[in-house]
Design a protein around this ligand. Structure first.
Ligand SMILES: NC(=O)c1ccc[n+]([C@@H]2O[C@H](COP(=O)([O-])OP(=O)(O)OC[C@H]3O[C@@H](n4cnc5c(N)ncnc54)[C@H](O)[C@@H]3O)[C@@H](O)[C@H]2O)c1
Length: 483
């Protein structure tokens, strides 16, 4: 190797033996300096040919069938029941009560007053009072046996999601479960297996996939406006520290413990769900491969507890281990990348980022902005935003939004996305169509929680996604642009 004397001097200053160059794996690459080994651990280089998802999975049980694209028999009228009617559940009750073709037949909550509050709403809106069930954490079993619903909407605290979801499918109903569908990969497998065995729909209710901006971008991506997809960015950035005021009952009373016991992204799906559907992840084209993750220090919750609660308060006795901000980078099977961020603790404006980047342009949210060769005058160095977006909406608004968007906006719920989601759930059940989000998508999106926790615990090492479809994602049709 011919190294000039000045370069040799430079290397000597760095303390590098010139022989190191000759023996390195990049020998021959002129001008490349091999750095000294700064770490003490072994450097593990992942096999780039094995991005994932994992090719080892448990065999499907006898009689169980793959649920991607599953169609259930059409229902003329959908009998709906609810489990968990706290803050979120009651807002679904409000909207479901007036959806054509749905009839609310049962309401269950541990707390009797909450069950009755929801039953009052239904009675006022429809003239018919659903039966209520309360008083225990398993009262929903009595409800299932008594009112025999076709579909159950499940909105309790997270530790109950997987058990109730599996039970209602076993007891004969389609399950619709709030985000996150489950907190661990073990629970996600149980849900997938139960759906396959019972042949019941299980949809995680990711409402953000029904936002006007998300539907617009899905439509634009499908039309090839931004070319081949390369990269996405998704987030849930929402300061929820004030929920800690709910000490005995309500969201903060159970969610606060998750910031203590875990360290990763505990709520990944609001930003990730839409990006995953733009990319057709787990649907024929591409899939989740592997993930690396780092968390920031955990400071905000402890400071908040110290500032707001007495020294002997239970929140001041908790250790908050979950980093205030979690960052994850996902590599897909096709080699695309997705940045996923989560922060429920810092003073920062709300964002789901919602960025999708292709070879011809980029679409992003918060605020809605687009740029690309096929957009406006093609000058992609500036965003098209604000009033200039009118032309984009005129041309690319999703047909579903054009059909139901005005009503959804009027009905409210995160700008109409909640109503649109409930509307589609009932429409699909009545028409015998596949759900817009299949059980596997819910599982992949939620698996990010445990995978980030694992990667963080291993200092950011790559972790591979399990394949909840057992290889069948390769034959699952992408979600179409629903008319
Ligand atoms: N998609 C969204 O935009 C969105 C918004 C808010 C909350 N959520 C989700 O909704 C779910 C509920 O959150 P929340 O804020 O309404 O919480 P909450 O604490 O206000 O309500 C949960 C209710 O479930 C009841 N419950 C718990 N275990 C039960 C059981 N075994 N049987 C019957 N009832 C039971 C509780 O008594 C409580 O009333 C969570 O999964 C949360 O992540 C989603």
């Amino acid at each position: 190797m011919n190294i000039s004397s000045s370069r040799r001097r430079f290397l000597q200053q760095l303390g590098l033996a010139t022989g190191a160059l000759a023996t390195s794996s990049i020998a021959g690459a002129q001008n490349v300096i091999v750095p000294p080994n700064l770490g003490t651990g072994k450097i593990i280089v992942p096999d780039p040919n094995k991005i994932g998802p994992s090719t080892s999975f448990p065999a499907r049980a006898a009689g169980a069938k793959y649920m991607g694209g599953f169609r259930a028999p059409k229902l003329d009228k959908v009998k709906v029941a609810f489990v968990g009617v706290g803050k979120r559940g009651v807002s679904h009750v409000n909207q479901m009560a007036v959806i054509d073709g749905a009839e609310i037949v049962g309401i269950c909550d541990v707390y009797d007053d909450l069950a009755k509050r929801s039953a009052d709403i239904v009675e006022k809106k429809t003239g018919k009072r659903p039966e209520t069930f309360s008083g225990s954490e398993t009262a929903y079993i009595d409800m299932m046996k008594k009112v025999k619903p076709d579909a159950v909407i499940i909105c309790p605290s997270w530790e109950w999601h997987s058990k109730i979801t599996c039970d209602v499918m076993k007891l004969g109903a389609h399950a619709f479960v709030e985000v996150p569908m489950a907190v661990s990969i073990k629970e996600l497998w149980e849900i997938v297996d139960t759906s396959e065995k019972t042949q019941k729909h299980c949809m995680q209710m990711e409402n953000c996939n029904y936002g006007r901006e998300e539907l617009l971008y899905l439509n634009m991506v499908r039309q090839g406006v931004i070319g081949d997809l390369l990269h996405g960015e998704a987030a849930y950035i929402h300061d929820l520290r004030s929920e800690m005021d709910e000490v005995e009952r309500g969201t903060g009373s159970w969610r606060t413990y998750h910031y203590s016991k875990r360290n990763g992204n505990v709520y990944p799906t609001h930003g990730l769900g839409p990006v995953a559907q733009y990319m057709n992840l787990a649907r024929k084209d591409d899939n989740f491969g592997r993930l690396v993750s780092f968390s920031s220090p955990a400071i905000g919750r402890k400071r908040h507890a110290q500032a707001k609660f007495p020294a002997d308060h239970k929140w001041n006795k908790l250790e908050f281990n979950c980093g205030d901000i979690n960052n994850a980078l996902i590599k897909t099977t096709m080699g695309r990348t997705i940045l996923v961020q989560w922060d429920e603790t810092s003073p920062r404006p709300y964002s789901r980022i919602n960025l999708i980047q292709g070879t011809l342009g980029t679409l992003t949210g918060f605020p809605t902005r687009v740029a690309g060769l096929n957009l406006g005058d093609g000058n992609f160095h500036r965003w098209i935003q604000g009033g200039e977006l009118d032309a984009i909406y005129d041309k690319y608004d999703h047909p579903l939004w054009k059909r139901v968007g005005d009503l959804a906006t009027k009905m409210g719920g995160h700008g109409g996305m909640d109503y649109l989601m409930l509307f589609r759930m009932i429409e699909c059940l009545r028409n015998g169509e596949p759900m817009d989000q299949n059980v596997y998508e819910g599982a992949f999106w939620c698996a990010v929680s445990e995978l980030t926790e694992k990667s963080v615990a291993q200092g950011g090492m790559p972790v591979v996604f399990p394949d909840f479809t057992r290889g069948d994602w390769k034959t699952t049709e992408p979600l179409g642009v629903i008319q």
